[in-house]
Design a protein around this ligand. Structure first.
Ligand SMILES: [Cu+2]
Length: 697
């Protein structure tokens, strides 16, 4: 069985390395999937079956319970005390190599201490976390993984442990079926503010249960506070941090598979965060975000009011600072050089890989390469030359409060994916990178009638069922993991109450006529685009299309004649439902019959935020539907599959991206002449208003 698995993963990698061109790559892998995915699934089921799912879920719950304390559960205590990671090397696929490496580092006292902050952007800390990740990935059985987890949880830095465990559960077959507890209940410090944390400690010390109102950072004197509900939303932060775990920049195919279109997804997920944030701003009477520029002052300062579990307060940044070089990270000048090399590549229409070979980017696949370069990920064809614009920019921004390390401040909020969106400059930074991607996209030729047309398919009508209405609601999450506890001391209930955006359920309704005389497959692409800027000037089609919010993408068989298509907002391929609380995951796993496949993936916009906030008297949006030829677009054979339910921004886990078209199609290129859209019958634009209910309770 082991050899077969290895053979499969080698085969997969070979196919990617030897891909003749990107179109046949899609075909090759489609077939590969149809033929072998069944066999593979059967094997995975067998591999995971050595320990039933409820037990594996229970182990994960217990490993993540009070992660800064020693183990609270007897079996884990026993494993941690008696297990030797290198005693039985036959339990590892690599003969124990990864485990030996980590054990040696531990023996040499090189590992980061416990009770210390952890940042993925810190090279050494990341290296350590990945050493543990590698051990988990090399485990042949759950037994091996849980023993290692119990052992290393007692010997490694807690932040490194949590990161390694989360990414391993996501990427190892042993994690199949496990629902990872919401991170805001595992490491609450990273998702709430210092005021709440202090109250939780006081409540714990005085042994009184408490529920605390979580206010958004800032005051009414700061306009940015109006949209803090977006950047500080715990579900949005969970989406962002999970996306970066699903598609890590450090990923290498040696871990088992290729992450399809990772670079393009990097562009698309951040583009969508940016346009959604802009839409929220417009509904709050703020201008869209301006891009960050290295030569210009950073307008907004930020006082995070957030505290590390260990390491003190997150550093603040005053208003109007000029960028400073950050010792040991980068000079401002380096950032400008990196940017201009990337802009040069876009202007040339090609990039140069590390061997000097030229790679054409004037095609649908160019954005994927650029994404790898800009992030930069291990997939970047030339890190040496193009650098790591995104990652370095995050660190540069995080350190502007203490650029020379004079005050020994811990990393800033920008240096963690969990906390980055709290800082308004996150969106400035991403607008800046988004504009680089836009420069590339708009250098490609506009789509032609042939590109857009789906002959014989006619959208007769497009409308909304239900009311497009947003409101704020209260939501509680568990703070018990924020505070320390000791054996014999009673646990008290500690909760944070947050205000979150939500909306009424609604559905998209379309009548689509198929005049082809036979069944065809339609790819339904739904967008919602703000119609006016903050000055109430109307966007024309060309300027407005870049700001469109992706609402859904799905496939439907269209019978000859009329088709009445109703698609519920809760089914959107952009969103995920609320992850169950850690307590409910514990209760379910303890009951012995755990199965929650609908929550297995936490990457995706929270479903309650699918609809951008409206205005009291209605905010005007263009609702756009494009139905394109699924016979061409769809890379999977199963038409009605939901591909994991969250494929639009997060891909289909372990599979190739279901849609062959570029993300954002058909609105991702410039539109000098909108008649090319008007002359097709498979494209429809209608006007809708989104209302906001201020008095909802
Ligand atoms: Cu990000």
């Amino acid at each position: 069985m082991l050899t077969f698995e290895l053979w499969l993963s080698t085969r997969k990698q070979e196919e990617y390395l030897n891909r003749p061109d990107d179109v046949s790559r899609h075909r090759a892998i489609s077939c590969h999937f149809t033929m072998k995915v069944l066999v593979l699934c059967a094997l995975l089921a067998l591999a995971a079956a050595d320990t039933p799912l409820p037990k594996r879920q229970q182990d994960v719950n217990h490993l993540l319970w009070k992660v800064y304390d020693h183990h609270h559960f007897d079996d884990l205590k026993g494993y941690a005390a008696a297990f030797d990671p290198v005693a039985d090397k036959s339990q590892y696929k690599d003969g124990g190599e990864a485990a030996e490496r980590l054990v040696q580092e531990y023996k040499d006292h090189r590992l980061l201490e416990q009770h210390h902050w952890f940042s993925l952007f810190n090279e050494r800390q990341r290296e350590e976390a990945l050493m543990l990740f590698d051990v988990f990935m090399q485990c042949k059985s759950w037994d091996c993984a849980v023993h290692n987890a119990a052992y290393w949880r007692e010997h490694m830095n807690e932040g490194e442990f949590v990161y390694a465990l989360y990414t391993a559960v996501i990427h190892s077959d042993l994690g199949n079926g496990i629902v990872l507890p919401p991170l805001y209940e595992v490491t609450p410090h990273m998702f709430t503010n210092s005021e709440i944390i202090q109250k939780a400690y006081t409540a714990k010390m005085t042994n009184k249960p408490g529920k605390f109102e979580m206010e958004f950072t800032g005051t009414k004197k700061n306009k940015e506070q109006r949209v803090a509900y977006f950047g500080e939303d715990i579900g949005m932060n969970l989406h962002h941090v999970t996306w970066h775990m699903d598609f890590p920049f450090w990923w290498e195919d040696k871990y088992g598979n290729h992450l399809d279109r990772k670079g393009e997804l990097f562009f698309w997920v951040h583009h969508q965060l940016t346009v959604r944030f802009d839409s929220e701003r417009l509904s709050n009477y703020l201008d869209m975000v301006d891009e960050l520029q290295w030569e210009k002052p950073v307008e907004e300062g930020f006082a995070p009011h957030t505290i590390y579990k260990y390491g003190g307060e997150f550093p603040a940044r005053p208003d109007h600072i000029h960028f400073e070089d950050v010792d040991g990270v980068a000079r401002v000048r380096d950032m400008i050089i990196m940017e201009s090399r990337i802009r040069d590549a876009i202007a040339h229409g090609y990039i140069t890989d590390k061997d000097g070979k030229v790679i054409d980017i004037m095609n649908d696949q160019g954005v994927d390469k650029l994404g790898d370069i800009i992030e930069s990920s291990m997939y970047s064809p030339n890190v040496q030359y193009y650098g790591a614009l995104h990652n370095l920019a995050h660190i540069m921004l995080g350190r502007q409060g203490d650029p020379h390390g004079k005050y020994n401040m811990p990393p800033g909020v920008m240096e963690h994916f969990e906390t980055a969106t709290r800082d308004p400059t996150f969106f400035r930074l991403h607008k800046y990178m988004d504009n680089i991607f836009k420069e590339h996209k708009y250098s490609l030729p506009p789509y032609t009638h042939e590109d857009l047309d789906f002959p014989g398919v006619n959208i007769d009508s497009l409308s909304i069922e239900g009311e497009l209405k947003t409101f704020f609601e209260d939501y509680e999450f568990d703070l018990r993991n924020a505070v320390d506890s000791a054996e014999g001391i009673a646990m008290v209930d500690l909760k944070a109450n947050v205000h979150r955006l939500n909306h009424n359920d609604f559905a998209f309704v379309a009548d689509v006529n198929n005049n082809n005389g036979k069944e065809v497959v339609g790819t339904f692409r739904v967008y919602l685009c703000p119609e006016y800027d903050n000055n109430h000037e109307q966007f024309d089609f060309n300027n407005g299309s870049w700001h469109c919010i992706e609402m859904d993408k799905f496939w439907k068989k269209l019978s000859p004649g009329g088709n009445h298509v109703v698609r519920k907002s809760s089914d959107s391929a952009v969103t995920v439902p609320d992850v169950p609380s850690l307590q409910s995951l514990m209760d379910a796993a303890d009951s012995g019959s755990f199965s929650m496949p609908e929550y297995e993936r936490a990457c995706g916009i929270p479903n309650r935020m699918l609809l951008p906030k409206g205005k009291k008297d209605g905010m005007e949006f263009a609702l756009i539907l494009a139905v394109t030829d699924g016979g061409y677009d769809l890379t999977h054979p199963d038409v009605e599959s939901e591909h994991g339910g969250t494929h639009a921004h997060c891909g289909a886990h372990g599979e190739i991206y279901p849609d062959k078209r570029p993300m954002g199609f058909p609105l991702d290129r410039r539109i000098p002449d909108r008649r090319v859209f008007d002359e097709t019958t498979n494209f429809k634009l209608t006007h809708v208003k989104v209302y906001h209910d201020d008095h909802h309770h």
